[in-house]
Design a protein around this ligand. Structure first.
Ligand code: GLA
Length: 388
């Protein structure tokens, strides 16, 4: 991939000196959904698919961007004096947002950049193509401009900051953290209340992680996401009148049951219930994986989906269908929606012997029901962002 990126860079930007190539992965979350902005735990892993960059500093102030994912191969030009979000800037709002976020932290780039991008995460799949682009841009800037003190965890925070304040989605830290900090064959057990984390080996004796892409993305995803977040904040506010907590992740299930009536709005109460129970499920799931109890991990994943569907209401008919079909197959240990929701992907743990049938049966039934094909990826867990 490095050679292909260098070649394309030469073709479209000219001369090959001083060009560096980088990669940042997408992620899949095994469990712990919509807990990362509630001070709870998440358990994602980095994928081997992601976004690549070939980049070179310029001597003037110009920024030139090109994505190999579009057929027109048009270079988008901007400048360091124009780090403002705009509709016209399209996908380049992501790298520009990260440049802006560096500058906000006192790290101004002293000259412009030529940036060639190629990504192999399916568009709108909920596997964090935008977070990978943010972390990737961060790594480019850190490396080329010599901001050595910036750690990989900082790159995650800078990416999230740019997404929240430049691109307008109030996301949590999970996606950027997984992309920056991923480790081959491990999932990251991250406590989002203080960013402490632990790598857990993903050993699924005789089973695989399979992602199924529904290839639907319902509109208003960002606004529905931001609304969920607000509802959790409202619930937290109500609870804080009674109990001393910093986030919903501080509550056990029993404590939530005890205090839940403090939350005046019924919808907010259900949202909070999901956040509390999902956090506890995540803690239990990591223990189960460590103990080699894959069956329990699968059950917790199933419960996670039901809660996201019923209490958090971020699933949709197409994804529910995929999960229901998966659960009918002998050898499927657990299946749930993964990521922000309203379409996107499911993640399932599937015994080796059932992986083929899983794809065949679900593929056929899904196409017949929904009218377009689903896509399947048998997961390989890769490393976090790095230079190539
Ligand atoms: C999106 C956000 C994450 C997280 C998930 C839901 O992927 O970017 O921060 O909140 O949704 O778990």
């Amino acid at each position: 991939m490095k050679e292909a990126m260098l070649n394309d860079f030469r073709t479209y930007f000219g001369g090959g000196e001083d060009v560096q190539v980088f990669f940042a992965p997408g992620r899949v979350n095994l469990i712990g959904e919509h807990t990362d902005y509630n001070g709870g735990h998440v358990f994602p892993c980095a994928l081997t698919i992601g976004t690549y960059a070939a980049a070179r500093k310029r001597t003037d102030n110009k920024l030139r961007f090109l994505s190999m994912n579009f057929n027109n191969k048009l270079i988008t030009e901007s400048s360091l004096d124009d780090l403002k979000p705009s509709e016209k800037a399209g996908w380049t709002n992501y790298p520009k947002g990260v440049m802006w976020a560096f500058a906000e932290r006192g790290m101004k780039m002293d000259c412009g950049l030529d940036l060639l991008i190629y990504g192999n995460i399916p568009n709108g799949s909920g596997l964090s193509s935008s977070a990978s682009l943010e972390v990737l841009t961060g790594l480019v800037i850190k490396t080329l401009y010599g901001f050595d003190k910036v750690s990989m965890a900082d790159l995650a925070l800078i990416g999230q900051y740019s997404e929240n304040n430049f691109n307008g989605c109030n996301c949590g830290i999970m996606d950027q953290f997984a992309s920056a900090m991923g480790k081959k064959d491990h999932a990251i057990f991250l406590d989002t209340s203080d960013l402490t984390y632990e790598y857990a080996p993903v050993k699924l004796d005789g089973a695989k992680i399979v992602i199924t892409n529904s290839k639907v993305k319902h509109s208003l995803v960002d606004s529905a996401y931001n609304e969920r977040r607000q509802q959790c904040e409202q619930a937290l506010n109500d609870l804080q009148a009674e109990v001393d907590i910093d986030g919903l992740g501080d509550l056990s299930e029993e404590e939530f049951e005890h205090y839940q009536n403090c939350v005046s709005d019924a919808t907010c109460r259900r949202r909070a219930k999901h956040a509390v129970y999902e956090n506890q499920r995540t803690i239990k799931a990591v223990k189960a994986l460590k103990n080699g109890d894959i069956k329990l991990l699968g059950e917790l994943m199933n419960q996670s989906h039901n809660s996201l569907r019923d209490d958090y209401e971020v699933s949709c008919d197409e994804v529910d269908f995929l999960v229901d079909e998966a659960r009918k197959i002998d050898g499927v240990i657990g299946s749930r929606i993964t990521g922000g929701g309203f379409g996107g992907c499911t993640v399932s743990i599937v015994e080796d012997k059932a992986v083929e049938e899983f794809q065949k049966v679900i593929g056929k039934n899904y196409a017949a029901k929904v009218g377009h094909e689903a896509e399947f990826y048998v997961v390989e867990i890769g490393d976090g962002a790095h230079a190539l």
